[in-house]
Design a protein around this ligand. Structure first.
Ligand code: FMN
Length: 195
């Protein structure tokens, strides 16, 4: 494998929001590849503390009703509810990310399990990008709406959000507001003792 060929593709991944996602979305084989990539993320003790739930076809209408209900409960009004429903209906495929954090695990604290969930989402999105799809991880207050959470989660699970997926209908907006690598990658030295 030539890393010089792969790296520019990795560095070129930007999120594409639901408004700019069109048909087709990933099919079963492509979703399985994206999930295989997610399973390659670092995961202490291989707990696999997540499940992906695919929402497509008619299931989007049910999810749109849940989103609209959550928006109404949050006092968003008719327009806000319609906008949230649209976020469920527009992407050809949406994948709910359900975290299964074992708070009493003897070896792996919760923050490490959440790190594994984040790594899985990142790999999933990167694989989607390499397969030619656009996607964006989204959450919002609706993840904590009781009816929405109950529709996606078993007891003890947490709804982390949804990955909207489809074919980008336009090029992503471009470089994000992320800092230069030099601001993030810092040489470490033992701190001087202060006293
Ligand atoms: C768990 C999680 C939830 C997120 N929820 C939202 C959200 O509700 N709305 C939003 O605009 N971005 C949300 N984001 C951020 C976007 O997915 C995206 O990463 C961000 O806009 C930066 O764009 P980039 O991926 O192109 O760098 C979330 C990210 C994560 C990891």
């Amino acid at each position: 494998m030539n890393p010089n060929a792969l790296l520019p593709l990795l560095l070129d991944r930007y999120s594409v929001g639901p408004k700019h996602l069109a048909e087709p979305g990933p099919d079963d084989a492509q979703l399985a590849l994206m999930t295989a990539a997610a399973l390659r993320a670092p995961d202490h003790a291989e707990l696999v503390p997540f499940r992906f739930k695919v929402v497509r076809g008619d299931a989007r209408t049910a999810m749109a009703a849940l989103f609209a209900g959550a928006a109404s409960e949050a006092g968003k009004g008719e327009e806000g509810a319609a906008l949230d429903a649209e976020r469920a209906l527009r992407p050809p495929v949406t994948v709910a990310v359900v975290a299964r954090i074992d708070l009493g695990h003897p070896l792996v604290p919760a923050h490490e399990q959440w790190a594994a969930v984040g790594g899985a989402v990142a790999n999933f999105l990167m694989a989607a990008h390499l397969l030619g799809f656009g996607g964006k991880m989204l959450s919002g207050a609706k993840v904590r709406n009781a009816a929405v959470a109950a529709a996606f989660c078993e007891p003890g699970e947490t709804l982390a959000g949804w990955i909207a997926l489809g074919t980008p209908s336009r090029k992503p907006a471009g470089p994000s507001r992320k800092p230069d690598p030099g601001q993030v990658l810092i040489d470490w030295h033992l701190p001087c003792k202060r006293d």
